[in-house]
Design a protein around this ligand. Structure first.
Ligand code: ADP
Ligand code: MG
Ligand code: ZN
Length: 191
């Protein structure tokens, strides 16, 4: 009998290298001539409509899905099952994602996912928190604080605070900051 697949989650603030690490795991499977599948949510169209792309513009083709359940439906429709699946930007998905990914690991498939742990309000994203609970391995990344320059940024700061917590954007909207700088900026802005 095939064993149960391993669930890994890569998390942290924006620009912390989550997508880079996700794709480097994908590359390892490809180098080993394993079959892989990459998914991303339809909402993330920052660099490309149907690729997962890092901020350094490294990319791999992905299947775009609107809802978590579509990942399972697509998986079940496949005649040849993959050895591993990869899901980027998990914080954009609905609460079914945890169940869907657990089901896929029960079928013997390794699952790697990546996404933000917190919103720009320093509050957890539920989907990521759930995945961190059930994961076999949690990889917490950090970025360089764009205010003080230290490699200790764990938060994403929204420079234009409109559009809500699920608001896609890049450097024009978000910067990575450490907690000290986050508090300083928030105070300066009167929060
Ligand atoms: P994530 O998916 O976590 O947003 P990516 O893997 O797409 O991150 O991109 C990581 C890359 O972003 C780094 O290799 C680096 O070139 C770039 N980058 C830009 N700003 C920063 C920052 N403040 N800290 C670290 N890396 C940054
Ligand atoms: Mg990313
Ligand atoms: Zn800082």
């Amino acid at each position: 009998m095939k064993g149960i697949g391993k669930l890994t989650i890569i998390t942290g603030p924006m620009y912390s290298g989550k997508t880079t690490e996700l794709l480097s795991f994908a590359e390892i499977y490809e180098l080993g001539r394993k079959k892989i599948l990459i998914f991303k949510p339809a909402i993330d169209t920052r660099y490309s409509k149907d690729d997962v792309v890092t901020h350094k513009m490294f990319k791999m083709p992905a299947r775009v899905v609107g809802k978590a359940q579509e990942i399972l439906e697509y998986y079940e429709s496949l005649e040849e099952k993959p050895d591993a699946i990869f899901v980027d930007e998990v914080h954009f998905f609905d609460g079914n994602l945890t169940k869907v990914l657990k089901t896929i690991t029960l079928d013997g498939v390794d699952v790697y996912c990546a996404g933000l742990d917190m919103s720009y309000l320093w509050e957890p994203f539920d989907v990521t928190a759930q995945l961190m609970s059930i994961a076999d391995e949690v990889i917490k990344k950090k970025a360089v604080c764009e205010v003080c320059g230290e490699y200790n940024a764990t938060l994403s700061y929204k420079t234009r605070a409109n559009g809500g917590v699920l608001d896609v954007g890049g450097k024009e909207k978000y910067i990575a900051v450490c907690k000290e700088c986050y508090q300083k900026i928030r105070k300066e802005e009167g929060h």
